[in-house]
Design a protein. Structure first.
Ligand code: FES
Length: 161
């Protein structure tokens, strides 16, 4: 990311200039940056740090504390595992563990190739088909933990990029 040529930094500076003396400025600046860039990398935190004179470390602590902030590029595809009561009692915990193991990531993280991200949800509104998971808008009912690897592999095969 070249800060000199990237007009998004110009836009961010404009927004920061309007808010940097307000109460809660660090969080508001992080929110504005995420709106513009979609995530917060070191370069963006460093830019904000210089503009509002707060250490990158402090900004990183704030950004990593609140789940609303993404510290890496959003992945291409989002996996959501339902941990609502109906799904949980029917094995959603094992399904989640299986996704974590297959992708080598935890909730809220993206795979190294930024292909998948992993999140949990509280109910997808179809409890009779529990346990359920989604990949983007595609719904997977009655998921068994031992089938997760195949689901992920098949999805990748049918969505190569
Ligand atoms: S609890 Fe999972 S769909 Fe309702």
């Amino acid at each position: 990311m070249n800060k000199c040529e990237d007009v998004r930094f110009t836009e961010l500076k404009k927004r920061i200039d309007k808010i940097k003396h307000k109460k809660g400025a660090p969080i508001i600046c992080l929110q504005e940056a995420q709106t513009i860039f979609g995530y917060l990398c070191f370069e963006i935190l460093e830019f904000i740090s210089i503009e509002i004179k707060i250490s990158v470390q402090k900004l990183y602590e704030v950004a990593s504390y609140y789940p609303q902030f993404k510290l890496s590029l959003p992945a291409k595809h989002k996996i959501s595992v339902c941990l609502g009561t109906a799904c949980y009692v029917r094995g959603a915990g094992e399904v989640l563990d299986s996704v974590k193991r297959v992708l080598g990531i935890c909730e809220g993280e993206s795979s190294k190739d930024d292909y998948f991200s992993l999140d949990t949800v509280r109910c997808l509104g179809c409890c009779s088909l529990a346990p359920v998971m989604m990949i983007d808008e595609q719904f997977f009912p009655n998921v068994q933990a031992e089938k997760v690897e195949k689901i992920i592999r098949d999805f990748k095969d049918s969505h190569p990029s």
